[in-house]
Design a protein around this ligand. Structure first.
Ligand code: FRU
Length: 494
């Protein structure tokens, strides 16, 4: 195993010889955990989605990338383009750490359009000789041929007085012809905050101030903020770090969620209800949103978290992005549904209708590791329902529904290899309404569970053996009447 010294983590991709890259690429391609319909790094580590936008008929999706191994090191942006958000063309590294300001990484940022051109605003990460962090915010123009041209100097050269160098992840949006950037920050009391800047010419940015919320003491840093209005509500998304678990909430190392209410952009005042997590699985962080060609709000997240070792690390790669989700607010509740375009990947429809009880009922024969499974619960007299996917004699990924508590639990204790440094092997969520439907996306090493048509989502990596392909349903007591609809998912083009 490579020992990831600081020197190795900050080695530039361009300076590594081709043979080393070829060996790594070969190792990654042989990994049994490679996904088929998710964006994953061709080598090394992927983290946050960056620069998401629909521009001139094309979707741009980039991600944070450390090419040389499954660790956080010198970050690049790796970019894909797409016509439909399901087939992606790899354009390769776009923003590279090649200036003094970004000598220690081109960190997260967003995309926007100005005067008919595409731009990125991002954080440049520099470390001085004493390894002190220096964060500045930059802009780059994306040329028609896809090459990027960085502005000659930072557009925001330091955090304001009263804030530390944890100052990053600008998300740009426009309103009434004005550009706004909200930026993750930490105040001198080491509390997470969001700062707002504005500009009319994208070169000169003025600090407007700190966004006021009810969350005074809510973690030491809020990463990756996002803001948008949706169906008459204002949503602010961010990723607080340093929140203690509380019951079934906040069980992951870092959180990713939103506050919803009304935001006064000029007064910087957000009136909002409680902070809610966006996802109740094990592996979800740093999402970003954008508008699709029909004006729908789409969210893509990082299916991973910092500071955790994953079983694919030994194969030279880590993490992937989630499938894109459409957001809406219905009767005051946020809904997240898989984008409709994913239906284009469906093949080999299979259906089954019947009762399940405490004796296991199996949907078979079935073999495959990439599919979409829709389970409709047509009648439920069971105390607890057990759905199992990716089962074999020795492995299973268990989804339990407790009828009385309206509680869904994902248990990956027997899914196969487990990531290290994760608290527990189950995650749960309480539904607002009785469970009537599950829509489950299984890829080689992941599961994304949408409960009740977008009411809750649970996203997780699972590192299961190839022969674990079965699907089962049973109950603790009492019976359920179920309809299974299963499609293989096949991404022919990409
Ligand atoms: C979130 C994050 C961002 C930062 C990026 C660096 O995962 O820590 O705050 O910009 O990753 O890769």
């Amino acid at each position: 195993m490579t020992e990831w010294t600081r020197e190795k983590r900050y080695q530039r991709y361009e300076e590594v010889d081709q043979q080393t890259i070829d060996i790594l690429t070969d190792q990654v391609e042989k990994s049994k955990y490679r996904q088929t319909f998710h964006i994953q790094p061709k080598t090394g580590l992927l983290n946050d989605p960056n620069g998401l936008i629909y521009f001139n008929g094309v979707y741009y999706v980039s991600h944070q990338w450390f090419p040389l191994g499954p660790v956080h090191g010198l970050k690049y942006w790796y970019t894909y383009t797409s016509k439909d958000l399901i087939h992606f063309n790899a354009e390769g590294p776009s923003l590279k750490p090649d200036t003094r300001d970004d000598s220690h990484g081109v960190y997260s940022g967003s995309a926007f359009e100005y005067n008919g051109n595409l731009y990125y605003m991002y954080t440049a990460n520099h470390r001085d000789d004493d390894w002190n962090r220096i964060s500045t915010q930059h802009i780059a123009k994306v040329n028609h041929d896809g090459s990027v041209e960085k502005f000659p100097k930072a557009v925001i050269s330091a955090p304001p007085e009263g804030y530390t160098q944890h100052f990053r992840d600008p998300k740009v949006f426009t309103k009434d012809g004005v550009f706004y950037a909200i930026i993750a920050a930490q105040n001198d009391l080491e509390q997470g905050r969001i700062l707002q800047y504005y500009s009319t010419d994208i070169v000169n940015w003025e600090l407007q101030g700190e966004i006021q919320t009810n969350l005074e003491a809510f973690g030491y840093m809020w990463e990756c903020p996002d803001y948008f209005d949706l169906d008459g509500h204002d949503l602010m998304l961010f990723c607080p770090q340093g929140i203690e678990p509380s019951g079934e909430q906040f069980r992951n190392i870092y959180q990713s969620g939103y506050i919803m209410g009304q935001y006064d952009l000029n007064q910087l005042k957000m009136n909002h209800a409680d902070f809610h997590e966006l996802d109740y699985g094990f592996d979800f962080y740093a999402p970003q949103t954008f508008l699709d060609e029909n004006g729908q709000r789409i969210l893509i997240g990082w299916m991973g978290l910092p500071e955790i070792n994953y079983p694919s690390d030994k194969d030279g790669w880590a993490h992937c992005l989630t499938i894109p989700r459409v957001l809406s607010v219905e009767e005051g509740n946020l809904k997240q549904r898989p984008i409709k375009a994913l239906e284009q990947l469906r093949t080999n429809k299979e259906t089954a209708l019947g009762y399940a009880n405490k004796f296991t009922r199996q949907l078979h024969p079935y073999d495959g590791k990439q599919y979409e499974l829709i389970i409709d619960i047509l009648e439920n007299e069971a105390t607890e329902i057990y759905f199992e996917v990716r089962t074999s004699k020795s492995q299973t990924t268990l989804i339990t529904y407790n009828t009385r508590a309206k509680k869904v639990t994902l248990d990956r204790s027997e899914s196969g290899k487990l990531p290290e440094h994760v608290d527990g092997a189950t995650r749960s969520t309480y539904l607002d309404t009785p469970l009537s439907n599950l829509q489950i996306f299984i890829d080689t090493s992941s599961i994304e569970i949408f409960c009740n048509n977008g009411e809750r989502v649970m996203t997780s990596r699972i590192f299961t053996d190839d022969d674990a392909t079965g699907i089962k349903a049973s109950t603790e007591s009492g019976q359920v009447y179920l309809r299974f609809t299963k499609y293989d998912l096949k991404d022919d083009e990409g």
